[in-house]
Design a binder for this molecule. Structure first.
Ligand code: FES
Length: 505
């Protein structure tokens, strides 16, 4: 039996309640703009459009704000690991500048919103550091410093941090920020409600038709809309092939209570060496909490229980912590060329737009994407839109990575269907365990709960047919191909799929 893992299986942020009064979608509604996906990107776009006088509806398959946005580190920063030197190589100085300017404008927009509406969301200005522990990483930091400096970003190389272990060097970006994402979203939801925006939870969109009037189809009703924004982490619409242009990456995260009297960190941190670690502190009820993010991995391809234990070991060996109180996972999509896709679903799409590929820097990238989408719908020029254009052709370096990623997906698809991964029968599963087992000659994704009851579903992902894998740390079925996830009863936790895993008797 798997040893118990530390802490509650819950995001620290999601302990704060979302305060929007949600409604159920019925027939007879009609709006100027339908936003599919109630995370930071969708809600910010909805707000910008509502402020411009558009009637807006937001349709969220689960709970507003509590999916990717509610599982983030909530760093509001233009420091995105080591990225600007790569962007200079791929997009040239103008493209790298557009990425920097878009994220800087997003940071400023969030800061202004917090100030103007006096949002109590623990917003704090702090420097963001990318640190190295080995001397041989120094040249990478220097290369990034030179690129960022050329773009006008507030960067310097430092050897001193308030981390409780030595670093060889740290790239410091001044005047960045962090906040509590749910408290911030509650202020956006409050203004959306004031402006008459219709907010629908538990409303899963299963298709969108483009046309003079778009039709947004949910499991229970259809919503006509003049314009549609799909902001669902990865688009739920397969047209456009974004599932093949952005790869899913998952992270295990912990929130640990610091020892009595320990001060919060003065900065936010991310390591540039493997295994990567991202750090910040947050305000907790009994003192500061240290939030730690582990290395990225592809869903369904690593032992998540082992990753969690390893991350907890790293935290407790490096920081004075009293307890690990929360653990959770988060997922985001990484574009082939490191710039999010924002704009039309297809080159000939008239009224359906998407945003995806925020590569785990979703607070600023999502806000910038919302600004671009709103500008496009309102007919306003946007200086960053061409760099982020969703239908851009991939440059050669990205093209090779794209090919490799898709061959990798194809290998998983074939493997799942040829040799399978079924091992033994359901009897081998202890309470709390899950795995692919054989039942009457068929592979079944089975989980035994704490009462000994078996939950059995099909192991075939309803997106495109890859076999799901057991995620022991988060008690879910994860698809290694494009990142769809399901709970133990087959309910969809993450797209791109919109259909549950069928039960197996
Ligand atoms: Fe695409 Fe599972 S997410 S096949």
């Amino acid at each position: 039996m798997t040893a118990p893992l530390p802490g509650r299986l819950q995001s620290f942020w999601n302990e704060a309640a979302v305060t929007a009064p949600p409604r159920r979608l019925g027939d007879g509604e009609r709006v100027d703009v339908a936003v599919v996906g109630g995370g930071l990107c969708g809600l910010t776009a909805a707000l910008l459009l509502a402020r411009a006088g558009r009637s807006v509806a937001v349709l969220e398959a689960r709970r507003l704000g509590q999916q990717v946005t509610g599982h983030t580190t909530a760093k509001v920063t233009v420091q995105h690991g080591l990225i600007y030197a790569d962007l200079m190589d791929t997009f040239g100085e103008a493209g790298a500048r557009a990425y920097a300017d878009a994220n800087r404008a997003a940071l400023d927009w969030i800061a202004s919103a917090v100030r103007d509406r006096q949002i109590a969301c623990d917003f704090e200005r702090k420097p963001a550091f990318a640190y190295a522990e080995r001397d041989d990483s120094l040249s990478r930091l220097e290369r990034e410093r030179d690129a960022a400096r050329k773009l006008g970003l507030p960067v310097s190389l430092d050897r001193h941090t308030d981390l409780p272990f030595p670093v060889a060097a740290a790239l410091r970006f001044d005047d960045q920020a962090q906040f509590h994402p749910i408290k911030y979203l509650n202020a956006i939801l409050s203004e959306l409600s004031e402006r008459g925006c219709r907010l629908f939870e538990d409303t899963r969109v299963i298709d969108v038709d483009d046309g003079n009037t778009c039709r947004v189809t949910t499991e229970t009703a259809t919503l006509p809309a003049a314009e549609v924004i799909v902001a669902t982490n990865l688009p739920i619409l397969d047209r456009g092939g974004y599932f093949a242009k952005a790869t899913p990456q998952r992270h295990i995260m912990l929130a640990a209570r610091l020892a009595e009297g320990a001060p919060p960190l003065a900065g936010m941190y991310i390591s540039v060496e493997a295994p990567s670690r991202s750090l910040r502190t947050a305000t907790g009820a009994g003192g500061p909490l240290l939030i730690v993010v582990g290395e990225a991995f592809k869903p369904g391809r690593r032992d998540t229980a082992e990753l969690t234990r390893s991350l907890e070991g790293w935290v407790t060996s490096r920081f004075a912590v009293r307890s690990v109180d929360y653990r959770w996972g988060n997922q985001d999509y990484f574009p082939i060329d490191r710039v999010p896709y924002v704009g039309r679903l297809l080159p000939n799409s008239r009224h359906v737009r998407i945003a995806t590929g925020f590569q785990a820097w979703g607070m600023t990238n999502a806000t910038a994407a919302a600004m671009m989408l709103a500008d496009d719908i309102l007919g306003r020029p946007n200086p960053w839109a061409e760099t982020f254009r969703s239908t851009r052709i991939h440059v050669s370096a990205g093209g090779m990575r794209l090919l490799k990623e898709n061959l990798d997906v194809a290998a998983h698809f074939v493997k799942g269907h040829t040799i399978g991964s079924a091992e033994g029968t359901p009897e081998r599963l202890s309470p709390g365990d899950g795995g692919i087992v054989r039942v009457e000659g068929r592979a079944v994704a089975a989980y035994r709960d704490g009462d000994g009851r078996l939950h059995a579903v099909s192991p075939v992902c309803t997106h495109m047919g890859c076999h799901v894998h057991w995620n022991a740390a988060e008690q879910s079925w994860d698809c290694p191909c494009h990142g769809s996830r399901f709970d133990v009863d087959g309910k969809v936790l993450n797209g791109p799929t919109v259909r549950p895993l069928p039960p197996r008797a």
